[in-house]
Design a protein around this ligand. Structure first.
Ligand SMILES: [Zn+2]
Ligand SMILES: [Zn+2]
Length: 245
């Protein structure tokens, strides 16, 4: 029965691929059979984060002698450590826009795969109890139909074989988008914006997933609550991140 289901599933996917052939998430050209997510030409130009990067938040830094980025030199974070896949440049910004606002949910598979390809070993070493996406407020979730961070979290959790827990952290205040605010306003905007479930007590090490990281205010706001509930380590996994210099 399972085999039959798989055949139907595969066949279905093949039909879907004919009707809606997968396109490059950057240039939107139809992908060749040996390409996945992104065409070879665009993949070579993507701003993957390479060392040297900030030891705390994962932002690229200017030189190998620089341990921490400008942000992390100015303010300390409460999360344990962060890693990120890409710098937030124009092509990535457009792809993330389509992912979030044009319902291109299928991008999540590629994002998850690339994150694991680069950081899988490190992530496995963290030995996390759960993968938790940064939540959306229920009003925004209803409007968008999905939480982009949860889609990425599921792709990571599946590959790491770590349970994904989307109902451990809630956004109880429908905050203004962080990108519209300055640093001071960001912290104020997020104060009391989140709430955590009592079930968090059984978790010691958590991977927190989000699509974009700018100053780390969101990650800190959630990490603060988790630490207070007894979580010991909070690792932050990010799809795209600003520059650290
Ligand atoms: Zn392309
Ligand atoms: Zn940093």
């Amino acid at each position: 029965m399972k085999q039959l289901a798989n055949v139907v599933k595969k066949g279905g996917r093949r039909i879907l691929n004919v009707l809606y052939p997968p396109k490059c998430l950057i240039c939107e050209v139809i992908l060749a059979p040996d390409e996945y997510g992104c065409c070879h030409s665009c993949a070579g130009k993507l701003p993957f984060i390479e060392p040297p990067y900030c030891l705390k938040c994962g932002k690229p830094v200017y030189s190998a002698e620089t341990e921490y980025c400008m942000d992390c030199q100015k303010q300390s974070h409460v999360f344990t450590k962060g890693i990120a896949l890409w710098s937030y440049d124009e092509q990535v910004r457009k792809a993330v826009y389509r992912f979030k606002y044009k319902n291109r949910r299928e991008y999540a598979g590629y994002f998850g795969e690339e994150l694991i390809k680069r950081y899988g070993r490190q992530m496995r070493g963290w030995d996390a109890d759960a993968v938790i996406p940064v939540p959306l407020h229920k009003k925004r979730l209803k409007r968008r139909g999905f939480n982009q961070a949860e889609l990425i979290a599921k792709e990571i959790g599946r590959r790491l074989e770590v349970p994904v827990e989307p109902d451990m952290v809630f956004r109880i205040v429908n905050t203004r988008p962080q990108k519209e605010l300055n640093e001071k306003e960001r912290h104020k905007n997020l104060k009391n914006a989140f709430k955590i479930s009592k079930n968090v007590v059984k978790l010691k090490k958590i991977i927190l997933v989000d699509d974009i990281y700018t100053t780390g205010a969101t990650a800190d706001a959630i990490a603060r609550l988790l630490l207070r509930a007894g979580v010991e380590k909070i690792y932050v996994v990010i799809l795209c991140i600003g520059k650290g210099y």
